[in-house]
Design a protein around this ligand. Structure first.
Ligand SMILES: [Zn+2]
Length: 583
């Protein structure tokens, strides 16, 4: 038995999904508000008998693995690991699915994490330092903070003794090389170590903060280089722990440093993530978009504008996030410090966050005492850019109006100016991601038809008569239809499914499940089948016609008169067929 089958045997899909979503019993199935889109009425269904789930609004679904992949935002291998853990299935190292370079690197990172944690246990000075910064023991444990001792080869020795190859330790990012001697040494020395976890909670990289007196010759932070498992532009510090809370609140709080993040979580802001000093990348924003629509950036009051650019507020606006800012007081601008002194104060700062545009307005107008012509021009220049970034037209109009009235100028002039900026910058917009699972019309039609005839098999003969499976476009659907056509016994689902591959059994169960939720009246079914077949035929004919007209064009270019005539006859014939169907 493969680990996948074993996991499926041991776990029930209901119990897996219940960890993330509140399910309600609905007949023999369960329903819930879909975790993947906003809705008021449940269209997310789980079938314990078929062990599948489906959202009828997003039109996505699958088994427990696809659910975990989607809700955790991870790859299949990681979903496998998560569910194996839950099921108590041991994934053997020899497992071909997992025996990969990636896995070795994960193992090395895990060993390193433990090693650093042990070193911290042995070092009172570092423990005291962390305590002084306000970190509680359970927080240190939760974030697996450790210490890399002041040694050139302590970790290297430890890992090689465990049997790891030098080349793998290097690939995991723990070694650096002296240019002169070609010899490897430990990258992290005398540093407080923060493992950086990926979405499934596995350490994939590290950030090391210098311990003791700050030394100008040494970087305050040293980070892992990009590796096979650690991609700086995609991984987000803290997201593994914050993601459920972010989804629940539909809001993500963004702080800068690791200490800020850890203190925020300790203080109960469990929906916080850290940018680790740099701007959020487009990739990271897309990842966050899977969890929430609202971002709250924490800014220093005095360097607000600068912070906005630094934290990628503009791309966030263009990706249609609703952006707010929490302004940190001038006297202590470090969230970690604020929380250490007064947890309530931090909560207040978050509660009083304001829309980013309000912040920009206050910032711009506070710079100029009098609204002279020059000042008006400067203010407009400063504010038109963020206004341009607003993708929602109503919201954009609102802020244009607000700006016009505060500057006491004609709004149309501002609209003109805005259009000029847009024209100048066109081509620089960030493309939004295409909906990855968008199902084309024909695919859903063919699948719907297959589900219908399997569920309401009394109409199977009608469908077999009316439809030539060869005109179907989707290979999986077509294959099942071909098998249906050659299935000579009297139909019953169980015995028919014996003729199918496991994937096809899964597909058919899934399509029947979808059809069941259409809750068709008995008398509507035949009409529904008839319509689906008709549309599939129309699609097929149109497809052929557009192909023929392309051929005609080509023949005309080649001046092949005979072929042109021939093709035209074909085209007319197809037109006639189409007319017949449409009657
Ligand atoms: Zn949905």
């Amino acid at each position: 038995m493969t680990p996948i089958d074993e996991i499926k045997n041991r776990l029930d899909i209901v119990e897996v999904i219940q960890d993330y979503v509140k399910l309600k019993k609905a007949g023999k199935d369960y329903k819930a508000l879909c975790p993947f889109h906003k809705e008021k009425n449940p269209s997310f269904f789980v079938s314990p008998s078929k062990q599948i789930w489906h959202c009828f609004s997003c039109n996505i679904g699958g088994d427990m693995f696809t659910f975990v992949q989607k809700i955790e935002g991870v790859e299949f291998a990681d979903a496998l690991r998560i569910l194996a853990k839950k099921a108590g299935v041991v994934l053997k190292r020899e497992d071909p699915q997992l025996k990969s370079q990636r896995n070795i690197l994960y193992q090395i990172c895990e060993e390193a994490t433990e090693f650093f944690q042990e070193q911290l246990q042995k070092n009172k000075a570092v423990q005291d330092y962390l305590k002084n910064r306000g970190l509680e023991n359970k927080t240190i444990e939760e974030f697996k903070i450790g210490y890399a001792m002041d040694s050139w080869d302590a970790l290297y020795k430890h890992l090689t003794e465990l049997g790891y190859k030098e080349s793998d330790i290097e690939k995991a990012g723990f070694l650096a090389k002296k240019e002169t001697s070609n010899k490897y040494y430990d990258r992290f020395r005398n540093r407080i170590m923060f493992p950086i976890f990926d979405l499934s909670g596995q350490a994939a990289g590290f950030s090391g903060r210098i311990f003791g007196k700050e030394d100008e010759k040494k970087a305050k932070y040293v980070n892992s280089p990009d590796t096979l498992i650690y991609n700086k532009s995609r991984i987000i510090y803290g997201l593994d722990k914050a993601k459920m809370e972010i989804r629940q609140k539909n809001q993500c709080v963004i702080v800068e440093g690791q200490f800020d993040l850890i203190m925020a979580h300790q203080a109960g802001s469990k929906n916080a993530i850290a940018t680790s000093g740099s701007a959020l990348t487009i990739d990271q924003l897309h990842i966050l978009k899977r969890y929430a629509e609202n971002l709250v950036f924490s800014f220093d009051a005095d360097t607000g504008g600068e912070s906005a650019t630094k934290r990628a507020v503009a791309p966030a606006q263009q990706l249609e996030f609703n952006v707010r800012v929490a302004i940190l007081p001038v006297e202590d601008k470090d969230p970690a410090e604020i929380i250490k002194k007064d947890k309530k104060k931090w909560e207040n700062i978050l509660e009083n966050s304001k829309p980013i545009m309000e912040f920009y307005f206050e910032n711009a107008f506070s710079k100029y005492q009098n609204l002279t012509v020059d000042n008006k021009r400067e203010i407009a220049k400063e504010l038109l850019y963020p206004i341009k970034n607003i993708t929602n037209v109503v919201e954009q109009a609102h802020w244009l109006q607000a700006l016009a009235s505060r500057l006491k100028i004609d709004e149309r002039k501002l609209v003109e100016a805005l259009q000029k900026i847009k024209a100048r910058e066109s081509g620089e917009e960030i493309p939004s991601t295409p909906e990855t699972r968008q199902v084309s019309r024909i695919k859903s039609l063919e699948e719907h038809l297959l589900g219908l005839v399997l569920k309401y098999s009394q109409h199977l003969d009608f469908a077999k008569e009316e439809l030539n499976p060869n005109i179907l476009i989707i290979p999986e659907v077509k294959n099942v239809f071909v098998k249906l056509k050659s299935f000579k016994e009297s139909f019953d689902l169980k015995s028919f499914q014996k003729e199918l591959s496991p994937e096809e059994v899964y597909l058919t169960n899934y399509l029947i499940f979808k059809v069941e939720y259409c809750e068709l009246e008995e008398k509507e079914v035949l009409d529904e089948i008839r319509c689906a077949i008709k549309e599939i035929k129309i699609y097929n004919l149109r497809d052929k016609m557009s192909q023929v007209s392309l051929d005609i064009k080509e023949a005309e270019e080649n001046k092949d008169k005979e072929k042109i005539e021939d093709l035209k006859r074909r085209f007319y014939k197809l037109t006639e067929e189409l007319n017949e169907i449409n009657i």
